[in-house]
Design a protein around this ligand. Structure first.
Ligand SMILES: *Cc1c(COP(=O)(O)O)cnc(C)c1O
Length: 387
């Protein structure tokens, strides 16, 4: 053959892969099929790379193990997992009820996109009793979107009671389980139909990769999720799937340390006179502790606290004095982060007075002593009188 042809095809038949401890990073849009008949045989053959190759399959299998799921679908971010899963099961004329303390971009998607396509959206107060979630529910209610603990303010919900009530009404449930990272709480085992998490957070673990997953045990729902992503045409890269699988290997050890460090900071904060509430469900006496003890096997590094009666300027001064904690969104990486929460409360329907500005901490893998010294700098700068 001529050189053009030889160069076009040389090296395309490597010897069978040797085994390494991780999967190969397989890249490819075109999949070469063995026969003309197999080109259109989607049931027996994977016919296109967008459906996911070896690395994606390995990650989905491992996430299936984590979630106790029959099917797991990957998305290019956590928000994409939430929006993609909702689009997969909703249609015009359906209604969705969302926890008022859900992650803010979740409600942005509901308000800006779902409503435009004829889906009704309303928000329930997560502090209500489980049955009250369905109070005044429209007959076309199709999906309840749960998040427990709630974003920023950490309200715990009785997920088993809510999912039981939802099933009795033929309503689906979806839980954003990013806080528990698929490990500390098992949504599918507690009756949730679709378990979503932002793998960007603890599974990735290094604040450098975006990805999300949705898992289901019901084969029909798992199929809807897989078809949904195929229809939308979203795909994740093999390299990033590889990084997520690498993160997953050390998830339990990292989370255990994040959880331990966060609880020691929460305990220390609880003893500070400047602090109103410590919103950490694993802290004895904190709101939601009983539900957390019943349903969760551990806690991660994310919690919040309030500066009793302080001004917004005092909270900003607190943050600006921090040297070890970085100021930034997202969480789940190895490093400690802090934000002030209050500007995100304006969109909530069920306003609540927390008694002072709220600061959310993500406690990383640094030494807790150094982190406590950093918080002391914050208190000194906030100019509050310890009462
Ligand atoms: C960060 C986050 C997401 C979104 O994940 P991205 O990958 O950043 O899109 C979803 N839910 C919760 C609770 C989150 O904290």
């Amino acid at each position: 053959m001529n050189e053009e042809t030889r160069l076009t095809h040389a090296g395309s038949e490597p010897r069978p892969l040797v085994r390494t401890v991780g999967p190969p990073i397989q890249k490819g849009s075109t999949v070469l099929l063995p026969s003309a008949a197999s080109l259109y045989d989607d049931d027996a053959f994977l016919t296109y790379g967008r459906q996911g190759l070896a690395t994606h399959e390995a990650l989905c299998e491992a996430l299936g193990e984590l979630e106790g799921a029959g099917g797991v679908t990957l998305y290019p971010s956590g928000v994409a997992a939430l929006s993609g899963a909702m689009l997969a099961v909703l249609k015009a004329g359906d209604a969705v009820r969302v926890a008022d303390t859900a992650y803010r971009p979740t409600r942005r998607f509901c308000d800006k996109v779902l409503k435009r396509f004829g889906v009704e959206v309303d928000y329930y107060d997560p502090r209500l009793a489980p049955q009250a979630v369905f109070d005044g529910a429209p007959a076309n209610l199709r999906l309840v979107v749960l998040e427990s603990p709630g974003s920023l303010s950490m309200e715990m919900q009785d997920i088993p009671a809510i999912t039981q009530a939802a099933r009795a009404r033929g309503v689906l449930t979806l839980a954003d389980n990013t806080w528990a990272a698929g490990l500390l709480f098992k949504p599918l085992a507690h009756g949730v139909d679709i378990s979503v998490q932002a793998l960007t957070k603890y599974v990735g673990g290094h604040s450098d990769v975006f990805m999300g997953s949705a898992a289901a045990s019901d084969p029909k729902i798992a199929r809807q999720l897989a078809d949904g992503i195929n229809h939308l045409g979203w795909a994740v890269s093999g390299e990033e799937a590889y990084l997520m699988l690498r993160g997953l290997r050390t998830l339990p050890v990292r989370l255990a340390r994040h959880g331990e460090n966060a609880l020691s900071l929460a305990t220390w904060l609880h003893g500070r006179a400047e602090v109103g509430q410590v919103l950490h469900p694993a802290l004895p006496g904190a709101p939601g502790h009983a539900l957390w003890s019943r349903d969760f096997t551990g806690a991660c590094g994310l919690f919040s606290f309030t500066l009793a009666g302080a001004s917004a300027a005092a909270a900003d001064a607190f943050l600006d004095a921090l040297q070890v904690f970085g100021l930034g969104f997202s969480w789940g990486g190895f490093e400690s982060l802090a934000i002030v929460c209050d500007p995100q409360f304006a969109c909530r329907r069920h306003a609540y007075d927390y008694g002072g500005p709220m600061i959310r901490l993500h406690v990383g893998l640094e030494s807790p002593q150094d982190l406590i010294a950093d918080l002391e700098r914050g208190f000194a700068a906030s100019g509050q009188d310890p009462k």
